[in-house]
Design a protein around this ligand. Structure first.
Ligand code: HEM
Ligand SMILES: [Cu+2]
Length: 626
C-alpha cells in the first residue's frame, strides 16, 4: 500500500497508483451498495432479492455508493474524518468523467448530458409518431409498451432536459462569469450535484426492464399503485433528478447573493442571472413537494401505507404534484426568457427595453407561480375551486406580459443582425406566444372541460416547452458556443438548422390543436379513423423535425474539434463573460472585476464604453473592495 503522507501536492498530475477510473469505481461501489441494500432487505424482510422493497433499499444504498465512488469519498468525505484528500481533478476531457469542482466543467457535464438525453427522448417521440401514423396498433406490440414510451419520453424530457439543460448547463457555466466570480459558492456540492443525473436517467431507462410504467410523466396514483414494478424506478429516478435540482439551487442562490463583483448592484444584475435566481428559489421551495409525494406513493406501493388509496385520497397526490408541477413550468420558461433577453439586445444593438419591468415580470411570476396549481385538476376538484384558480391563472399572464413587453420593446426599431442565436430567440418568442394564448382556453373552465386530456393540451405544452424552452436552449447554444469551446460554429448550417427546425416544428404541432379540438385523446394508442389524414401529416412532419436535429449535432461536433478559433467577444457583447478569453481560464478573471455601469448600453452615446473594469492578465488584483 502506498503511503499518502505528503502534505504538499506536487505540481502537475499526481500519479494515482492502484486507483480505478472514477466512473468504474462509482459503478463498482454502486453495485456493492445495491447488493448490500437489496441483500439485507431480502434477508431480514424475507423478500425476494429483486422484490420492490429490495429494489428501493438497494437503489438508495447503490446511489450513495455511486456518489462516493465517483469522487465524493476521495475528494470530499475523507476530509471529514481528518484524512487527506486523495484526488486530482484531471485534465483535458478526463475532467468531465469525474468529480470536478470547476463550475465550467460542471456546466458542460449538465449540458452535454441533457443534450444526449434530448436526442434519446426525441427518438422515443419518433416511435410515438410511428405508432400514431395510422389508427390501430401499428408499431408497438402492446398498449403498455406504447404508454411506457410516451411516459418515458415525457419524463426524460421534463426532468432531465427541460429542467436541467439551461439551469444546470448554462446556469453553472455562466452565472459565476456573469457576476464576476471565480466559481460557485459551494464547488464541492456543485461537483456532486451533477452526478445524481446519470443515476436518475439510468433508473428511468431501466424501467422497461421491470415491465415499464404507463402512468405518464405525472405518475398519478392509484394507477401507479397497480401497474408493473417499472413504476418504482420512475419514482426513484425522478426523485434523484429532483435532488440534483435542489442542490444546484442552493448553490446558485448563495452564489448570486454573496459572490457578485463590486459594483454589481441588484439593479445592474443581468436578466439571465435574475432568472437563475428565481428558478432556484422555485426549485428549492417546490421540488420537495414532488419528492415527498413520490416517496409517499412509493411507501403505498412497498410499505403498506395508504396515503393515496383505500382510506387515503388520490387527489392529494395531484395537489402535491401540481403545487410542484405548475412552478415547474416556470422553472422551464423563466430561464428561457432570461436567456433570450440577453440575446436580443446584443443582436438588436439596442438597450434592453424596460429592464425593471422585465425583472418585475420575473419576480411576479415567481411569487404567483404556485397559486394556480389546481388549473391542472379542474375535472377532479370541487366546483368551488374553479373560479379561484381560473382567476389566479389569468392573473399570471400579467407578469408574463411584462416579459413579452421587454422582448418586443427591445426589438422595436432595432437594427437586427440575423445571426443564428437571434433567429432562435425570435422563433422562441413566436412559438411561446402561441403556447401562451392557447393556455387561455385551458385556464377557462368551460373550454377546459372539453379540451382536457386531448391533443390540444399536447400541442399547448409542446409550444411552451419545446417551442419556448428548447428554442431558447438552441439560441443559447449558438450564442455561447464560441465562449465555451473557443471555436466558431458554421453560420450557414446554423441558419439551415433554424429554418428547418422552425418550419417542421410548427408543421408538427399546429395541427395537433385541431386534432385535440376534434376529439383525439392523449396517452391512448389508438384513435378513430376520421382523424387518420391529419395524424399522417403530423407524423411525417415529426420525422422531418426529428431529422433537423442532425444538423446542429454535426455542426457543433465538427466545429468543436476543428472550427475556426473564436475571438473573446465575437458578438460585441457587454456582459462580463465576453471580457475574458474563449474559453475562459480556470479562475475566470485575472483579478476581481469592478462593475461601473449596467450591461445593456448598446447603441447609445456611451456605446463604446465597457460596463466593467476587468484587470488585465498579470495585473495587480484589485485589493480591499467592500
Ligand atoms: C421531435 C419533437 C417531439 C415530438 C414529435 C413529440 C411528440 C409527442 C407526442 C405525440 C406526445 C403525446 C403522446 C400522447 O399523449 O398520446 C408527447 C408527449 C409529451 N412530450 Fe413530446 N414530442 C417532442 C418533443 C418534446 C420535448 C422537446 C419535450 C420537452 C422538453 C416534450 C415533452 C413531452 C411531455 C412532457 C409529454 C407528456 C407525456 C405524458 O403524457 O405523460 N416533448 N410528445
Ligand atoms: Cu399549470
Amino acid at each position: 500500500m502506498s503511503a499518502q503522507t505528503a502534505t504538499v501536492r506536487p505540481e502537475g498530475p499526481v500519479p494515482r497508483a492502484r486507483s480505478l477510473p472514477p466512473v468504474v469505481k462509482g459503478l463498482v461501489w454502486a453495485a456493492v451498495g445495491f447488493g448490500i441494500g437489496a441483500g439485507l432487505t431480502a434477508a431480514i424482510g424475507g423478500k425476494a432479492f429483486l422484490s420492490e422493497e429490495a429494489i428501493v433499499i438497494g437503489y438508495a444504498l447503490g446511489l450513495i455508493g455511486w456518489l462516493l465512488g465517483i469522487g465524493a469519498w476521495d475528494a470530499w468525505v475523507r476530509t471529514w474524518f481528518g484524512l487527506p484528500e486523495n484526488y486530482d481533478e484531471g485534465t483535458g476531457t478526463a475532467r468531465y468523467w469525474r468529480f470536478n469542482t470547476d463550475h465550467k466543467v460542471v456546466g458542460i457535464q449538465y449540458l452535454v448530458t441533457s443534450l444526449v438525453v434530448f436526442l434519446l427522448a426525441g427518438l422515443l417521440a419518433m416511435l410515438i409518431r410511428l405508432e400514431l401514423f395510422a389508427p390501430g396498433l401499428n408499431f408497438f406490440a402492446t398498449k403498455t409498451a406504447y404508454n411506457t414510451t410516451v411516459s418515458l419520453h415525457g419524463t426524460l424530457m421534463i426532468f432531465a432536459v427541460a429542467a436541467l439543460a439551461i439551469v444546470g448547463g448554462f446556469g453553472n457555466y455562466f452565472v459565476p462569469l456573469l457576476i464576476g466570480a471565480e466559481d460557485m459558492a459551494y464547488p464541492k456540492l456543485n461537483a456532486i450535484s451533477y452526478w445524481f443525473v446519470p443515476a436518475g436517467v439510468l433508473a428511468l431507462l431501466a424501467a422497461p426492464l421491470l415491465g415499464g410504467f404507463d402512468a405518464g410523466w405525472t405518475g398519478y396514483p392509484p394507477l401507479t399503485l397497480m401497474n408493473p414494478s417499472g413504476q418504482v424506478l420512475y419514482y426513484l429516478g425522478v426523485f434523484t433528478l429532483g435532488v440534483s435540482s435542489i442542490l444546484g439551487a442552493i448553490n446558485i442562490i448563495a452564489t448570486v447573493v454573496f459572490l457578485r463583483a463590486p459594483g454589481l448592484t441588484w439593479g445592474r444584475l443581468p436578466v439571465f442571472v435574475w432568472s437563475m435566481l428565481a428558478v432556484s428559489l422555485l426549485n428549492l421551495l417546490f421540488v420537495p413537494f414532488a419528492g415527498i409525494a413520490g416517496i409517499m406513493a412509493l411507501l403505498d406501493r412497498t410499505a403498506g401505507t395508504a396515503f393515496f388509496t383505500g382510506q387515503g385520497n388520490p387527489v392529494l397526490y395531484q395537489d402535491w404534484f401540481w403545487i410542484f408541477g405548475h412552478p415547474e413550468v416556470y422553472i422551464l420558461i423563466l430561464p428561457a426568457f432570461g436567456l433570450i433577453l440577453e440575446v436580443l439586445p446584443v443582436f438588436g444593438r439596442r438597450p434592453l427595453y424596460g429592464y425593471r419591468w422585465a425583472v418585475a415580470g420575473i419576480v411576479g411570476i415567481t411569487v404567483l407561480s404556485a397559486a394556480v396549481w389546481r388549473h391542472h385538476m379542474f375535472t377532479t376538484v370541487p366546483m368551488s375551486s374553479w373560479v379561484p384558480f381560473l382567476t389566479t391563472t389569468e392573473a399570471i399572464s400579467v407578469p408574463t406580459g411584462l416579459l413579452f413587453l421587454a422582448a418586443l420593446g427591445t426589438l422595436w426599431g432595432a437594427r437586427i443582425r440575423f445571426k443564428t442565436p437571434m433567429l432562435f430567440a425570435m422563433g422562441m418568442l413566436f412559438n411561446f406566444f402561441i403556447g401562451g394564448i392557447t393556455g387561455i382556453p385551458l385556464a377557462d373552465v368551460p373550454t377546459d372541460l372539453h379540451l382536457q386530456d386531448t391533443f390540444f393540451v399536447v400541442a399547448h405544452f409542446h409550444y411552451t416547452i419545446m417551442g419556448g424552452m428548447v428554442f431558447a436552449l438552441m439560441a443559447g447554444l449558438y450564442y455561447w458556443f464560441p465562449k465555451m469551446t473557443g471555436r466558431m460554429y458554421n453560420e450557414a448550417w446554423g441558419k439551415v438548422n433554424f429554418w428547418w427546425t422552425f418550419l417542421a416544428y410548427n408543421a408538427t404541432f399546429l395541427p395537433m390543436f385541431w386534432l385535440g379540438i376534434n376529439g383525439m385523446n392523449r396517452r391512448i394508442v389508438d384513435y378513430l379513423p376520421y382523424l387518420g389524414d391529419l395524424n399522417r401529416w403530423v407524423s411525417v412532419a415529426a420525422f422531418v423535425l426529428g431529422a433537423s436535429f442532425i444538423v446542429p449535432a454535426v455542426n457543433f461536433a465538427v466545429s468543436w474539434v476543428r472550427g475556426p478559433a473564436a475571438a473573446a467577444n465575437p458578438w460585441q457583447g457587454k456582459t462580463l463573460e465576453w471580457q475574458v478569453p474563449s474559453p475562459p481560464p480556470k479562475e475566470n478573471f485575472p483579478a476581481v472585476p469592478e462593475v461601473v455601469a449596467d450591461f445593456y448600453g448598446y447603441g447609445q452615446a456611451h456605446a463604446g464604453m465597457t460596463p466593467a473594469r476587468v484587470p488585465a492578465a498579470g495585473g495587480v488584483a484589485a485589493g480591499g473592495h467592500d
